[in-house]
Design a protein. Structure first.
Length: 114
């Protein structure tokens, strides 16, 4: 149900935008967001946006990443700026329905070179 895209290789300080397209309305989900998993590390929340439009971010990305959505297109975006090597990870789109059911997109690799 979730199709992620937009990863790639970028230099330190660069920008990338990830997209997560859903089939059907995004308002079916109480929250959508992005997680990431770096090699040897646990998956962590990067940013999330609730059905009502509230957002939250991991401290490590505040001020650099912005999550947004286009309801007409059924797409959630993660705009990433001022990228650092430590942002290198596989990024996963996530959606939760009825506060219980979790859905994951396929991962998209972001590599930030120093």
């Amino acid at each position: 149900q979730l199709q992620a895209s937009g990863g790639g290789l970028v230099q330190t300080g660069g920008s990338l935008r990830l997209s997560c397209a859903v089939s059907g309305s995004i308002f079916r989900f109480n929250v959508m967001g992005w997680y990431r998993q770096a090699p040897g590390k646990q998956r962590e929340l990067v940013a999330a946006i609730t059905r009502g439009g509230s957002t939250n971010y991991a401290d490590s990305v505040k001020g650099r990443f912005t999550i947004s959505r286009d309801t007409a297109k059924g797409t959630v975006y993660l705009q990433m700026s001022s990228l650092k090597p430590e942002d290198t990870a596989v990024y996963y789109c996530h959606a939760q329905r009825d506060y219980s059911y979790d859905f994951w997109g396929q991962g998209t690799l972001v590599t930030v070179s120093s």
